[in-house]
Design a protein around this ligand. Structure first.
Ligand code: GH3
Ligand code: MG
Ligand code: MG
Length: 300
């Protein structure tokens, strides 16, 4: 994102006059999105992922504290800065808002210049925060999500799938005979091959909710929420095939003469979702079976 791209601000307030005043104040410099209830605020936050949210506290359907709590519970929205703009001016209200994770607290009636200045400050901080986040969550070599990002998303998806009573699938991929590849072609070529495998995970996953990450070394992992076992094995099989089609020559591989991967797939639902480690263990056991039974295979 360029430094000059306009940043998105979501204003959540049930009073039309407040939305109008704040909108007028900010619309020339920023992209402004409006929501007239807490529920709609959450929907629009997920839909637009704004850089900043100006949040009213007292709203009839869902108050601002609850909206904030829900934003903070969702990895997709937890990083968004939230400023409360509220008529509640008791110190304990302000302290509560800040303790719950709001970035700032502005009491009404507000001064236009102060709102503008604080919005500018938090947008600046949001930019810096996002840059650090992406550095912390993206693998430097392959530029796909790293283990840290995977761990966060995995725990979140396990909880979400448990609540929604759906199944969650995981695929663990490991490059076949990669030590020999490095030994024969050199570490720099090894790095290129890992970038190739990562590009298949980045572009070859069909559904928006699926996420491929570098799990470590020459191992990769794919999370497939709301995906049953048959569907997950089909996705894994497609990935295996696409990686083979990259056709990175690997003359020391006895499997196919090109870079290949072995994949273990596990699907869980219901109570099993309470133990994320077990899902990974199951996928890992199947990956081991795929290795033991000849490599360049999917075992589900
Ligand atoms: P298998 O088919 O059983 O998986 O055998 P393997 O040789 O792939 O497995 P092993 O675990 O023995 O070797 C993994 C190799 O991956 C060793 C390690 O040096 C290499 N590797 C791990 N991370 C990187 C990396 O970032 N770049 C490069 N070039 N190599 C890496
Ligand atoms: Mg390995
Ligand atoms: Mg390997």
């Amino acid at each position: 994102m360029s430094e000059t791209a306009p940043q998105k601000i979501l204003i959540v307030d049930d009073a039309p006059i407040n939305r109008k005043v704040l909108g007028e104040l900010l619309k020339n410099e920023h992209m402004v999105i409006m929501a007239k209830s807490g529920e709609q605020g959450l929907e629009k936050a997920i839909q637009h992922i704004p850089d900043l949210i100006l949040l009213d506290v007292m709203m009839p359907d869902m108050d601002g504290y609850e909206v904030l709590q829900r934003l903070k519970a969702n990895p997709a929205t937890m990083g968004i800065a939230v400023i409360f703009i509220t008529g509640l001016d008791r110190p304990e209200d302000e302290a509560r808002g800040l303790e719950m994770g709001a970035s700032d607290y502005i009491t009404k009636p507000f001064h236009a210049t102060v709102v503008r200045a604080r919005v500018a400050l938090h947008l600046r901080l949001a930019r810096q925060h996002r840059l650090l986040e992406s550095l912390a969550n993206i693998d430097a070599l392959t530029e796909i999500p790293n283990r840290r990002q995977f761990d966060q998303t995995f725990i979140y998806e396990c909880r979400r799938c448990a609540r929604a009573a759906c199944s969650l699938s995981i695929a663990l991929l490991d490059v076949d005979f990669f030590k020999q590849y490095n030994d024969h072609y050199g570490h720099a070529m090894g790095d290129k091959a890992l970038q190739g495998v990562a590009s298949v995970l980045r572009y070859g996953l069909g559904r928006g909710g699926d996420m491929g990450a570098r799990y470590g070394g020459e191992e990769f992992v794919v999370i497939m929420p709301d995906t049953d076992h048959i569907g997950a094995v089909a996705v894994a099989e497609k990935l295996r095939h696409d990686i083979e089609l990259l056709a990175f020559p690997h003359e020391k591989s006895s499997v196919a003469g090109v870079i290949t991967v072995s994949i273990g797939v596990a699907t869980v639902s219901g109570e099993q979702l309470a133990c994320p480690e077990d899902i990974l263990k199951l996928a890992d056991e199947r990956l081991y079976l795929a290795k033991a039974s000849g490599r360049n295979k999917v075992i589900g």
